[in-house]
Design a protein around this ligand. Structure first.
Ligand code: HEM
Length: 445
């Protein structure tokens, strides 16, 4: 018997995180962050203006990790070398991901006083990306089966069909925003399929993801409060989906049903269930979206490589890796040191914040020859660490790769060539690395 219709809670869908932050700084310009240290790569302007390359290059030349004593996020270690990041990620007990120590982004935890002032117990949703072993292992296992090669094979047909249909609707001879029309549409569509999320509301996934993933916004206290309210609305919305699926007689094959009916779920508290759903939405959203925009931008900037792609579609699987390396949709992840440790000649103290700059590691000259050049046939493109490394390596990596490969294949099949033909606006953030707007025009090759 079908369950009684579950009413969805009221949720807001504006303002966007970007508009809220912009407005806030216009009203309170004195609250803008200052970055006096020349190597403080937490500054978001270098990502918005695409000027980060020489700074990281200079840092890598000087060594694989550096202590930055002063930043709006407090002191931190900036790890910029490929080998050093892998070394640290291979020691997850020494370099913790857990909220209790500080979580996974450069942000500081709220203090007891700040929480008391806000009248809240916590603003940290339990999710396995921010857990250490053994909890991490058990919870990751709940969702991992959805992302196996056979799980992916089941989704391939649907993703391909949707991608093709969308590409067929793109206007010709007209400038349009690739981010909005293609990257967001494909990413939210895929997540809606994955979660069995109501189709008409799919853009909410982007709205929520933007609010939860912006580190600068989260460090402005007034906005963090709004952010938290919005995340609670998202929680309530997912709760309604959960209730609905719990009553399903035949469990569906969407991720929410899978989690509800998995054995490990019995050991998960409702907050953990919600936290992990949020993780999957955010994890799969900005990241894949920005890879899709990065593709188009990079091909346009490198006509020799575009020609290669157009003449030889066999390069596509490797091209996906190379484009992930070049884009690196998450600029950093953070760890906190749990005991005094020596890393490449430097002593990291217990309690120190350690920020792993994937964006820099993927341009490390010691691993990648001529790293700033897009090379679709690069032999070791797969060594990029855009998905991280070690026990927390992205659980959705195969799904992301699948979507990106399909997008390139379907573009190739239709002989679509995309030209950047208007405004480019990059995300002003030190965590999500990507595009807010990318105006393009489509022709045929
Ligand atoms: C973890 C990147 C797509 C879900 C991560 C991490 C990175 C990352 C850097 C952290 C790794 C570490 O700490 O070592 C990316 C990129 C993507 C992408 C660049 C797209 C191009 C996805 C998708 C999903 C997803 C499509 C699911 C729908 C997750 C989850 C984790 C994670 C659940 C936590 C894994 C753990 O802690 O064990 N991702 N991701 N990601 N990602 Fe992704």
């Amino acid at each position: 018997m079908a369950p009684a219709a579950v009413t969805r809670p009221e949720v807001r869908s504006e303002p966007t995180a970007y508009d809220a932050l912009k407005k806030h700084f216009e009203e309170y310009p004195e609250q803008r962050f200052e970055h006096p240290h020349k190597w403080d790569v937490s500054r978001s302007d270098i990502y918005a203006e695409n000027t980060w390359h020489p700074i990281f290059r200079e840092m890598r030349e000087a060594g694989p990790l550096h202590f930055i004593p002063e930043s709006p996020f407090g002191p931190y270690w900036a790890v910029v070398g490929h080998k050093a990041i892998q070394h640290i990620e291979a020691l997850p007990d020494v370099f913790s991901s857990s909220w209790e120590h500080g979580g996974i982004t450069i942000l500081n935890r709220l203090t007891e006083e700040e929480l008391a002032e806000a009248g809240e117990d916590s603003r940290e949703l339990p999710m396995f990306i921010a857990m250490d072993r053994p909890q991490h292992t058990g919870q990751r296992r709940t969702v991992a089966p959805k992302f196996t090669p056979s799980g992916m094979a089941e989704m391939e047909g649907e993703i391909r069909q949707r991608t093709g249909e969308l590409l067929d609707t793109l206007p010709r001879g007209e400038v349009f925003d690739w981010v909005d029309k293609v990257s967001i549409e494909l990413t939210t569509g895929m997540l809606a399929i994955l979660f069995g999320f109501p189709w008409e509301d799919r853009r909410l996934l982007t709205f929520w993801s933007d609010w939860s993933g912006d580190t600068e916004l989260a460090s402005v206290r007034a906005l963090d409060k709004v952010r938290w309210e919005i995340l609670k609305e998202m929680g309530a919305y997912f709760q309604s989906l959960w209730v609905e699926r719990t009553h399903d007689k035949e469990p569906g094959d969407d991720l929410i049903s899978m989690m509800i009916h998995s054995e490990a779920m019995n050991q998960m508290r409702p907050e953990e269930f919600m936290g992990n759903l949020v993780l999957l939405i955010v994890g799969g959203n900005d990241t894949t979206r920005n890879s899709m925009s990065g593709f188009v931008y990079q091909l346009d900037k490198n006509p020799d490589q575009r020609k290669l792609f157009e003449q030889n579609p066999d390069v596509i699987p490797n091209a996906v890796q190379e484009m992930l390396r070049m884009q690196t949709p998450l600029a950093h992840m953070r760890r906190t040191c749990t005991e005094d440790t020596e890393v490449f000649g430097q002593t990291i103290k217990k309690g120190d914040k350690v920020v792993l700059w994937y964006l820099s590691a993927n341009r490390d000259e010691e691993v990648f020859e001529n790293p700033d050049k897009l090379d679709l046939t690069r032999e070791n493109a797969r060594r990029h660490i855009a998905f991280g490394y070690g026990i927390h390596r992205c659980v959705g990596a195969r799904l992301a790769e699948l979507q990106l490969r399909i997008l390139l294949e379907e573009m190739h099949k239709r002989r679509i060539r995309v030209h950047v033909a208007g405004d480019i606006e990059r995300v002003r953030a030190n965590f999500v690395h990507g595009f807010r707007k990318l105006e393009v025009e489509v022709t045929e090759f």
